[in-house]
Design a protein around this ligand. Structure first.
Ligand code: MLC
Ligand code: AMP
Length: 527
């Protein structure tokens, strides 16, 4: 065999450090392997210490050894409910390198919620905080899955076993269409669905965004998002990795800390609540923001008013983009060019966006409101073991029906104007009312319930529950609040329960939530 530069077979292809064709695991090679041996800091942690690319990849390799030695094979699922740490991020990298499908879970989920995700995915390994290990041991035993612990400070069985492993791992072959991650999103029927994301879905989107947003190795991204969702894991982290930049990696969002660290960064990505909280901070001003070249917002609607106030305060126009768990990012306001407040910008290169008639599926002309459909290399493979739900939302021609309503204006900017799905977005977290209604309906003395989102200054929307009592009963609302705590994650729990005599219904007997939303719009005030 000739060297890669003189071999016709290898021409134009890189050879990775372990001597294999670098395209055998495209996601690992393009995000991680190309940084092998680099002493450049990848992460700066909250205590000021740094983790170099080389050290991070060494950690990932050690974990990958542990995964394979535990019997995990390519395509097996690993469910992780762990606090944010650099070890937690290395676990993601290890899964990619070992060909294991990564299933990250919100740290707020209760044991009951976790059991569903773990069981549904058939996870072969569960990694969780030591505090919840006992609660998850039953399901682990039932599924024959191994259980490892990883605490926020890096302690726990996962790292204890991994640290003695070699710091290099022979990357497992994967194809672009192979699954890289399974991310659960709730459904309108109350049952969560696992969105299957392939290596190609994640890689194509990371490369497109890095280019569109002009990322370079000199960028420093201030990372304060959770890493169990698309925004913090795939948008923020993958874009940083693909461009060889670095991150200030914060364990959670804290506005004082953010204001203090903003001068050290060049990019911030956040949900709209980040921006309203920054605007509320007296020390956040033009001077503090002067080193940032890009503020990105997404996951929930950014009020045009926030966009304008932010520009007045800092001179920066927040770049709003639009995405979903199932599709990664679809549209973005331009980096160069007009960032139009109240819009989510233009379709990303390679992504097709159209607005259709919800009844007929026919494409609608510009400036006409309809349902938004998207197609492209970013769009997922379908819902895990749910062919009917997949067929209902993902058309045979590749277009995914997002459930968002909107229009495309004469300049091609996409406007999101509503939702065709019963969904509440609170502080960037999705909450499906049906899931909460099922829990409320099961409480003693409750005939039926309706859960709605009402405006909230800090979180955008927040949840309230309207309760209709069974005839002759007067359910104790405080007791209900207490009872649902074991079942529902805190962010899904209604901030208020209100008794009502009945629910308004249309001729089809469907609850008219628009009437309730109007009636109760002032039910909760921002704290
Ligand atoms: C926390 N709490 C919430 C909440 N977040 N309640 C409702 N909605 C939320 N989003 C609860 C906590 O349980 C707690 O309750 C109280 O609020 C305060 O907790 P905290 O830890 O102090 O949280 P806080 O700082 O208020 O968190 C707000 C936040 C956080 C905005 C920083 O929610 C967050 O990081 N959101 C980002 C979500 C995200 O990454 N979404 C991306 C999805 S991907 P109590 O009562 O016990 O005090 C996606 C695709 C795309 O949508 O396009 O990106
Ligand atoms: P999720 O299922 O958590 O990925 O949330 C996806 C949903 O978030 C989308 O279908 C939209 O309803 C919403 N969303 C994401 N980004 C934006 C945005 N910039 N503006 C309005 N809604 C958004």
């Amino acid at each position: 065999h000739l060297t890669s530069s003189s071999c016709a077979l290898c021409a134009g292809r890189e050879i990775s450090s372990h001597g294999k064709d670098s395209m055998t695991n495209p996601l690992f090679d393009r995000l991680f392997a190309k940084h092998t041996g680099k002493s450049k800091p990848f992460l700066r942690l909250v205590d000021g210490t740094t983790v170099s690319y080389a050290a991070f990849l060494g950690l990932a390799a050690q974990i990958a050894h542990l995964l394979t030695q535990s019997g995990l094979q390519a395509g097996d699922r690993l469910a992780a409910q762990v606090q944010k740490s650099h070890e937690a991020l290395a676990l993601y990298a290890a899964c990619v390198q070992a060909g294991v499908v990564f299933l990250p879970l919100n740290v707020a989920y209760t044991t009951e919620e976790l059991n569903y995700f773990i069981e549904d995915s058939g996870a072969r390994m569960i990694v969780c905080d030591g505090k919840v290990a006992a609660a998850l041991s039953t399901i682990a035993t039932r599924l024959g899955a191994s259980l490892e612990t990883l605490n926020q400070d890096g302690t726990g069985t996962l790292m204890e076993s991994a640290r003695v492993m070699p710091e290099a791992f022979p990357t497992v072959d994967r194809l672009s269409e192979d699954l890289a991650a399974l991310l659960y999103t709730s459904g309108t029927t109350g049952r969560s669905k696992g969105a299957m994301l392939s290596q190609g879905n994640l890689l194509s989107n990371a490369e497109t965004l890095a280019k569109e947003w002009q990322f370079t190795p000199d960028d420093v991204l201030l990372h304060a998002l959770p890493i169990f969702h698309t925004h913090g894991l795939f948008v923020a982290t993958n874009v940083t990795l693909v461009s060889g930049a670095s991150m200030i990696f914060l364990p959670q969002f804290n506005v004082d800390q953010l204001v203090g660290l903003i001068p050290d960064a060049t990019v911030l990505m956040g949900v709209p609540t980040f921006y309203t909280r920054l605007l509320d901070h007296p020390q956040f001003d033009r001077h503090r923001a002067s080193g940032i070249r890009l503020f990105v917002s997404g996951s929930a609607p950014l009020l045009a008013e926030t966009h304008v106030q932010f520009a007045d305060r800092t001179g920066h126009h927040i770049l709003e983009r639009y995405g979903m768990t199932e599709t990664n990012m679809n549209t973005s306001n331009p980096y160069d060019g007009e960032r139009r407040a109240g819009t989510v910008g233009l379709p990303l290169p390679g992504v097709e966006v159209k607005v259709t008639d919800p009844e007929t599926g026919a494409t609608l002309p510009e400036n006409t409101v309809g349902q938004i459909e998207v197609r492209g290399p970013n769009v997922f493979k379908g819902y895990w073991q749910m062919p009917e739900k997949t067929a209902a939302e993902l058309r045979g021609n590749g277009f995914f029906i997002t459930g968002d309503l909107g229009k495309i204006d004469e300049d091609g900017y996409v406007h999101i104007l509503g939702r065709n799905k019963d969904l509440i977005i609170s502080g960037g977290y999705n909450i499906y009312p049906k899931e909460i209604e099922l829990v409320l309906d099961a409480q003693p003395g409750v005939l039926e319930s309706a859960v709605i989102g009402v405006p909230h200054r800090d979180l955008g929307e927040t949840v309230i529950g309207l309760i209709v009592a069974e005839p002759g009963q007067s359910p104790d609302l405080e007791q209900i609040m207490e009872a649902i705590q074991a079942t529902l994650a805190r962010f899904k729990q209604p901030r208020r329960l209100i008794g009502v005599p009945e629910l308004p219904r249309n001729a089809m007997a469907k609850v008219q939530k628009n009437i309730l939303r109007e009636q109760f719009k002032d039910a909760v005030h921002a704290v």
